[in-house]
Design a protein around this ligand. Structure first.
Ligand code: FES
Length: 102
């Protein structure tokens, strides 16, 4: 079990959007899907493009570089050219603050 670290405030990630936070030198993206906060590595496993710059459709994130798709709830690849899943992180919200387990 990792420890929960504070990432930011819920007001920083508006509904349907993603934002990248630097957590201990790692770029971690947080998405807000109708009040559900999901955290995952921002770097696409294909060629390291920022996934937060991609397009969200529900839990499906499309990388803007070459179109790979990931399920940001599970980290699984849904469409190539990426072949490796992205790391995901457990999220908890306390009051206004977002925490992730690392
Ligand atoms: S870097 Fe994401 S699909 Fe190529």
């Amino acid at each position: 079990m990792g420890e929960f670290v504070k990432v930011g405030k819920i007001s920083e990630v508006t509904n349907g959007k993603m934002k990248v936070f630097n957590i201990g030198g790692k770029q971690i993206a947080i998405a807000n899907i109708d009040g559900e906060y999901l955290a995952f590595d921002d770097a696409c496993t294909h060629a390291q493009c920022s996934l937060a710059g991609g397009m969200l459709d529900g839990h499906t994130l499309t990388c803007y570089c070459h179109g790979a798709q990931f399920d940001i709830k599970t980290g699984k690849v849904l469409a190539p050219p990426a072949s490796s899943p992205i790391s995901i992180y457990k999220v908890k919200v306390e009051g206004e603050d977002i925490f992730i387990e690392i």
